[in-house]
Design a protein around this ligand. Structure first.
Ligand code: PEP
Ligand code: MN
Length: 264
């Protein structure tokens, strides 16, 4: 069902009026994790001022260590919804447990399925049965073929509003957190009709690489770039090393616009 051979036309996903996959390249930004109302509002206001409505933020955080901040849970979703209602934003947040999908229906505009859950077929099927757009991230060690099969799990349950996100894969390289597989973008666009995003924050794990990799993603035809922004990354409860602060975010947008690659 996701194959371009069977469905030659691009799927365009309507996110509360923001089209994904219509040829306009977009940005999805926001903090790694929801930490407080003030934190999310500060970031969302900065995004809004630069014309960005797609707001990300994790409420359920799949952390490597069980002793690290696990997210605010439902309270985090409530904060996202409140800010979205106030500033007319579109909220994207990860759900890790199928039993929490009903919360997504109540609070979210897009259900994110994270890299660690790309192979969680029960979660994929349950999200596929809902009437809510899904953003599926590539698994840490998943081949493109496995990624496409995971996408098929969602769409086969009836949910056509699916977007794919390349977020780096695990290789022997240690200079970056993961290795951004930039060629996955044209391959996924050739093989499927779904919108394809590139997450530059989790693929690189390095703030100094966000701009060059975002440019590469736009140049190679990604439908959107995802990157993280936090009012004060030094005290962020997760991904402190690679989130941009607000001035860095504004410079990131200025530089992308100056490059001619980002038209927003
Ligand atoms: C995220 O986007 O918040 C995240 C945890 O990313 P990934 O699943 O790609 O690691
Ligand atoms: Mn993060």
């Amino acid at each position: 069902l996701v194959s371009r051979k069977k469905h030659p036309d691009n799927t365009v996903v309507d996110l509360k009026g923001v089209m994904m996959g219509d040829g306009t390249q977009r940005l999805v930004m926001g903090p790694c994790a929801v930490e407080s109302y003030e934190q999310v509002f500060t970031v969302a206001k900065a995004l809004k001022e630069r014309g960005i409505r797609l707001l990300r933020g994790g409420a359920f955080k799949p952390r490597t260590s069980p002793y690290d901040f696990q997210g605010l849970g439902v309270e985090g979703l409530q904060i996202l919804k409140k800010v979205a209602d106030e500033l007319d934003m579109v909220v994207i947040s990860e759900i890790v447990n199928p039993s929490d999908l009903d919360l997504a229906l109540e609070y979210l505009d897009v259900i994110q399925i994270g890299a660690r859950n790309m192979h969680n077929f029960e979660l994929l099927k349950a999200a596929g049965a809902l009437d809510k757009p899904v953003l599926l991230k590539r698994g840490l060690s998943a081949t493109i073929a496995e990624f496409i099969h995971a996408a098929e799990y969602v769409v086969s349950k009836g949910n056509n509003n699916l977007m794919l996100c390349e977020r780096g894969i695990r290789t022997y390289e240690t200079a970056t957190r993961n290795t951004l597989d930039i060629s996955a973008v044209p391959i996924l666009k050739q093989e499927t009709h779904l919108p394809v995003l590139v997450d530059v924050t989790h693929s690189t794990g390095r703030r100094d690489l966000l701009l060059p990799t975002a440019k590469a993603a736009l140049a190679i035809g990604a439908d959107a770039v995802m990157a993280e922004v936090h009012p004060d990354p030094a005290v962020a409860l997760s991904d402190s090393a690679q989130q941009m602060d607000i001035p860095q975010f504004n410079k990131f947008i200025d530089d992308l616009q100056a490059s001619g690659l980002y038209k927003g």
